[in-house]
Ligand binder design. Sequence first.
Ligand code: FES
Ligand SMILES: [Fe+2]
Length: 408
Amino acid sequence: MTEHKDDPRYALFETLIGCVTDNKPHEPFETSEIDVRYYTDDEWFKHEQETIFSDVPLILGPSAMLAEAGQHFTHDHTGKPILVVRGRDKKLRAFLNVCRHRGVRLADAPEVSRKPTFTCPYHHWTYGLDGTLTNVPVEDSFPDFDKSCRNLVQLPCEEAHGLIWVNPNKNGTLNLPDFLGNIANDLDNFGIADDHFFQQTVQTRKANWKLIVEAFQDGYHVTRLHKNTVGGFFMDCVAAQETVNQHIRSIVARKELADAIELPQAQWDFRNHVSFAHFIWPNTIMVFHPDYISQMALYPQSSGETVVVHSCVIDSKPASDKEQAHFERGFDIIENGVFNAEDLHTCEQAQIGMDSGANDTLVVGGHEGGLRAFLNICEQSTGDFDRFIRQPNAKLDIVDLHDTADSR
Ligand code: FES
Ligand SMILES: [Fe+2]
């Protein structure tokens, strides 16, 4: 492995080849049951918001979205109004999208837009791309006012590994090397930083955010749910994953993996022999398709509702109308055919089922190891997961979720 020491994808690829050649699963089989209230309970949802989402680096999109100075977008899915902008110095910055005069929302750009400055609609206070308050109309009506103390409030923001990272907590930090560990190498090795931003879609789906993460860490459904779209490209139930800090490096075998078994490592193809589908804590799924990279960010709004932002990058800008049409067709299959009509639709159907009270628990089996890995990772932030996990076929002892730990 030494020649590939900076590319941790090789070891997981080798693990996957081992699964095929030895005809055995990545992990020993095990059954567990999860209390459905893990996905439906509003108090638990609030607890997750506080313990997981209140102070954490989030990926707000590929940095190629904002290629030029003055390009910016506004983002309202984290509960904080955020403005992300590329400055004249080429640096990316994130601000609370709030005028420092009387607090009006400053910019409105749900899609990427371009401006030289930001002027508040109310009284026209104007800010530069770096957040500096540059103009106050009738400034002499504010005696003793120090304009320099009223620049936009900045959020921790960094452009790294081809992605825009923001902590919506103004007092928070990013510290990406510690946060990411060596999953950062994968982001670099897949070359996101050199890619072209292709498209983004935003939608609200009626499903708990964790159900959606789990759908993308589940090798068990791929050939079944996706049988009419991409299921035929994959081996059945051949998947492996490993956790890196609170992230998951995850791999699923495409049928072409059979050809890779005899090949030297240098010829392993990480986009065509296999598909990687990494989970980046706490709310991003990166799917590395043959021609595209999908960055899907999940913003929980309530226990049963999630905003899904799917951003897609490709190797380079389509060079012709024909190429553009090719990538649009491909994006349509991924976005509408696979994600929307199959994965997200099924998550919504699961949410309906869980809300119905038909089942007290859901069952997790041996080929759903990625799902179990994700639940363990959540536990590191939320604690208290023992309220929800059950031994298989155990007599259900339904605890009161809202008891305090002391009173239990
Ligand atoms: S609130 Fe923005 S200029 Fe007055
Ligand atoms: Fe799927």
